[in-house]
Write a protein that binds this ligand. Structure first.
Ligand code: NAD
Length: 501
């Protein structure tokens, strides 16, 4: 490889987070760089200071694009085996840092350590999945329809990619996007979420140590997301945007991508219906609903958003679900036995209180919770409402909070109709003991993913993503890498008689 290798500058700025050293600068062209302005990362469980990190503007973002663009040809020419070798080393290093990643994630996102460890494991598995795919991409060779030449197709990397990640799964989102992009041969510019930049920094530093060449991986943190992404997207050298976040921001980014016909992948919001039919294993459904709803304090795109229960089992389900919810222990994610951590920020906590006020004002019944918890952190009690009717205020509303809403239906067809009555189409869930019925219902749900008798389903082997306002493209599975590749067709003239005499 003719790349520059990267070395750690002696002035390399770091912060020690729960005993682990994490870079606090921007990573551009193989160097950790600082900026004059910084912003503070807070621990949502204590509101305490964790670190001050560099705050990029458009100039730093464009410097990252300069670096990515400069190496794009060299990076795509790295042989599959050599690229897979770098990935293998990175995977080994990632695994050796499992506890550092878990601690940093819990510190800045607040999620319980057990959830951070689970997220780390899933992230590492995604990375491994793409490692394994690198040497297994195929092209085609076929005769043209009427002979005379050959149709040869291969795939080429799209080019420099901007990866914008959210705070709720700080490691999974970067591992899933950067894994696919780098495996495909695209250099990347990662934009972290300002609430959780340190997990991204640790990830990028691990890739640097694994030997990823300068310019191939770049990282910017910023409080000016819109200025940074607008500058990058207006530059024709950027060839791809992959975004995970809210549907509103996704829609703005798609509009910004339009003038340059920029290749775009979008993982957006959800309104997950969680359907419990009358023949369901109610105990299993209640347990899975608790995980699906309260994991990450409800701040998940695939969370159960509307729990839709057949009248025949509504009473029993609700009783079990509320009892399990009341057993959840809320607290600092570093404490033993904690199930639910804090909400990410004061602003989000205010949003949860407003949501609960809205729910109280509807034809509904508060079954448990309903209030913020005293103390320094941003804690909210796990909350359950029974909601009567189909209030328009809740149509297509992503709750994104530790607040569950239970609705009752009279039939399977009503459940399907209500479930589909949303602008979103990310994840849905069905609980029934009848497999044929599960498949029939699953096929009628307008969602990209359907969990059958389970409330968690992310896996590297599965195509993760949504339809309708939940997004474009998939992450994971056999095809996700093609989101970062473009087919290239070579028409090969063949004189079929040449040289045969
Ligand atoms: P968000 O849209 O506010 O922010 C996501 C990212 O976009 C952050 O990095 C943020 O800094 C950046 N951003 C915000 N405004 C921007 C702009 N104008 N230009 C460029 N970048 C901008 O979302 P959030 O609150 O961080 O995350 C929650 C949302 O993400 C929820 O809607 C959730 O459903 C969704 N989400 C979806 C998936 C999925 O895979 N479908 C996964 C996780 C989260």
């Amino acid at each position: 490889m003719g790349f520059m290798t990267t070395t750690l500058a002696s002035t390399h700025p770091v912060e020690t987070v729960h005993g682990h050293r994490v870079p606090t600068g921007l990573f551009i062209g193989g160097d950790w760089r600082t900026t004059d302005s910084t912003f503070t990362v807070l621990d949502p469980a204590t509101t305490g200071h964790i670190a001050d990190v560099s705050d990029a503007g458009a100039a730093e973002a464009l410097a990252a694009l300069d670096a990515a663009h400069a190496v794009r040809d060299e990076w795509r020419r790295v042989t599959p085996r050599a690229r897979a070798g770098l990935f293998g080393e990175a995977y080994r290093l990632l695994r050796s840092r499992a506890e550092a990643f878990a601690a940093v994630m819990t510190a800045e996102s607040g999620k319980p350590l057990a959830e951070s460890r689970a997220e780390f494991n899933l992230s590492a598995e995604f990375f491994l999945w793409y490692t394994e795919q690198i040497a297994h991409l195929h092209g085609t060779y076929a005769p043209a329809s009427h002979g005379g030449y050959r149709v040869v197709t291969t795939h080429q990397p799209v080019g420099p990619a901007l990866l914008i990640t959210p705070w709720n799964f700080p490691m999974l989102m970067i591992a899933r996007k950067a894994g696919a992009a780098l495996a495909a041969g695209c250099p990347v510019i990662v934009k972290s979420a300002k609430e959780t930049p340190l997990t991204c920094a640790l990830f990028v530093e691990t890739l640097r140590e694994a030997g990823f060449p300068a310019g191939v991986v770049n990282l910017v943190h910023t409080t000016s997301s819109s200025a940074v992404s607008a500058a990058l997207m207006a530059d024709p050298r950027l060839r791809k945007i992959s975004f995970t976040g809210s549907t509103g921001v996704g829609s703005t980014l798609l509009a910004q991508a339009a003038p340059g016909i920029l290749n775009a992948s979008m993982e957006l919001g959800g309104d997950g219906p969680f359907i419990v039919l009358e023949d369901a294993d109610v105990e299993l459904a209640a347990k899975q609903a608790v995980v699906c709803k309260f994991r990450n304090a409800g701040q998940a795109c695939v969370a159960a958003n509307r729990i839709i229960v057949h009248r025949a089992v509504a009473e029993e389900f609700t009783k079990r679900f509320v009892a399990l919810t009341e057993q959840l222990r809320v607290g600092n994610g570093f404490d033993d036995g904690v199930d639910v951590g804090p909400i990410i920020s004061a602003r989000q906590l205010d949003g949860v209180s407003e949501l609960v006020d809205t729910l109280r004002g509807l034809d509904s019944e508060l079954l448990t919770g309903g209030n913020a918890l005293p103390g320094d952190g941003f804690f909210f009690a796990p909350t359950v409402f029974r909601v009567n009717g189909r209030p328009t205020e809740l149509c297509s509303r992503e709750l994104f909070a530790p607040v569950a809403t239970i609705y009752q239906v009279e039939s399977t067809s009503e459940a399907i109709e209500f479930a589909n009555d949303t602008r979103y189409g990310l994840a849905a869930y069905v609980f029934t003991r009848d497999l044929s019925r599960a498949v029939a219902v699953g096929e009628r749900l307008d969602f990209g993913m359907v969990g059958i008798n389970r409330g968690i389903m992310a896996d590297p082997a599965a195509a993760f993503g949504g339809v309708k306002a939940s997004g474009l493209g998939r992450e994971g599975g056999h095809d996700a890498i093609y989101d970062y590749l473009e087919p290239k067709y070579l028409a090969l003239t063949v004189d079929e008689e040449a040289g045969l005499a």
